[in-house]
Design a protein around this ligand. Structure first.
Ligand SMILES: [Zn+2]
Length: 92
């Protein structure tokens, strides 16, 4: 997945990454180390992908990202959908 914002989106914006929603909860100014250009760090809040778990977690990205963001809370961060059958899962 990728996203790229020309400027920081407003707090509360949502993005969907691989079908998983993240809400923007923080924006901080940031100076890029390699060229000194002004940029932003975006803090996103996600909800754990494990059904029945309402754990929340935060991820920090730049304006432009092209890698897999975590989808699980601290207890479930290593899990990826489809790798393991989850108890109580209704969809098949
Ligand atoms: Zn969890």
């Amino acid at each position: 997945m990728t996203f790229a914002f020309p400027v920081a989106p407003p707090i509360g914006s949502e993005v969907s990454v691989d079908g998983h929603a993240y809400r923007l909860v923080g924006v901080e100014p940031y100076t890029r180390k390699h060229d000194g250009a002004a940029s932003n760090l975006l803090t996103w809040e996600g909800t754990c992908l494990v059904e029945g778990c309402d754990g929340r977690f935060q991820v920090v990205t730049g304006l432009r990202e092209s890698y897999r963001l975590r989808k699980g809370c601290d207890d479930h961060r290593g899990r990826q959908p489809g790798r393991k059958k989850l108890k109580g899962r209704k969809k098949s």
